[in-house]
Write a protein that binds this ligand. Structure first.
Ligand code: ATP
Length: 310
């Protein structure tokens, strides 16, 4: 079983507007509200792949109930740990080809809720074959909370795919507990290393050789329309992808994480893993709904991807 973790989920609201006007009333008819958060996007893609997946993390309040209800209706297994705070809303206003986002910080987690979660998580890690942790940590949790979770996984010898950024990722890189995979994009990598990492081979190689990444088996740098660059052990890979018509690339990184997790669970080769990860990112980019992929197009894209050792 694959266990996905979303520590700060949300009910995502999308407001499509032809014109967004400031300082006046904007009326919207086609509102969409969905269970969101990066880990839930990963979960949805894994579910579509037919994987045995269970979603977990922290949920509270009415929106927490709504998320559980939505997952149950979609036939997705879930086991979240309850919190007294209220799960948040995140709003995306889609206007004139732009996306203006309003992201609530979310609930503040108490020390006892964090402890309860770790007890719950220990059992999940026991039952899992592989885990993926995605997204930011809610307020109240220590910045190295993912390291505490990784320590449990390390003790149980369970691989972890970690997709987070900023201080949470920095804390993991500074700790002894290493994930099996991280998947930064160029922006996240640049922030982490405090210099601008560009999409050029020598720069990428130099960046991934940084000692901060020592002990991490896989680093997959997703490059949007340019595919990906990866380091597996001491081997570097360049992934070239075909040009596609893009509808909505939001969440493509999450679909990529789903692909990496799935491929590792299935024992795929390095080359297959990179192809699966990129195909799923592309399939997500071809759909309007985040975390949705049309698997009918999988083989066609898969056969066009070139993975080269560089
Ligand atoms: P997000 O944070 O929105 O989830 P990300 O920055 O983590 O995204 P990206 O690098 O944008 O992730 O995308 C992940 C993968 O999805 C890419 O490696 C690529 O395979 C595919 N992809 C994303 N955008 C495009 C695009 N415009 N054209 C083709 N493929 C894309």
């Amino acid at each position: 079983m694959i266990v996905t973790i979303t520590m700060n989920p949300s009910v995502d609201i999308s407001y499509p507007l032809e014109h967004f006007q400031l300082d006046t009333v904007n009326r919207v008819s086609k509102v969409r509200k969905t269970a969101g958060g990066k880990g839930l996007n990963v979960t949805r893609v894994l579910e579509q792949l037919g994987a045995d997946v269970l979603a977990s993390g922290l949920l509270g309040g009415e929106l927490g109930d709504a998320i559980q209800h939505e997952l149950t209706s979609a036939g997705i297994k879930h086991a979240f740990s309850p919190i007294s705070g209220k799960t948040r809303n995140c709003i995306a206003i889609l206007h004139e080809g732009k996306q203006t986002e309003i992201l609530e910080q979310g609930p503040v987690i108490s020390a006892s809720e964090a402890e309860d979660f770790l007890v719950h998580f220990e059992q999940l890690a026991e039952d899992a074959t592989i885990l993926s942790f995605s997204g930011s940590l809610p307020a109240g949790l220590p910045v190295d909370f993912y390291s505490e979770m990784l320590a449990i996984c390390q003790q149980k010898k369970k691989p972890v795919v970690l997709d987070c950024s900023g201080k949470a990722l920095q804390a993991v890189l500074e700790s002894q507990e290493k994930p099996t995979v991280i998947k930064p994009n160029l922006e996240e990598l640049s922030e982490l290393l405090a210099f601008e990492v560009t999409n050029e081979l020598p720069v990428l190689k130099e960046a991934l050789r940084n000692e901060r990444f020592a002990g991490i088996e896989w680093i997959v740098v997703s490059l949007g329309a340019h595919g990906a660059f990866a380091k597996h052990g001491n081997t570097f890979y360049q992934v070239n992808i075909p040009k596609i018509d893009v509808v909505n690339p939001v969440g493509s990184g999450d679909a990529t994480v789903a692909g990496i997790t799935y491929a590792l669970e299935q024992g795929k080769s390095a080359e297959e893993l990179l192809k699966i990860a990129n195909v799923l990112g592309m399939l997500n980019a071809q759909e309007a709904v985040t975390g949705q992929v049309n698997l009918m197009n999988f083989p066609h894209l898969y056969n066009q991807i070139k993975v080269a050792k560089v």
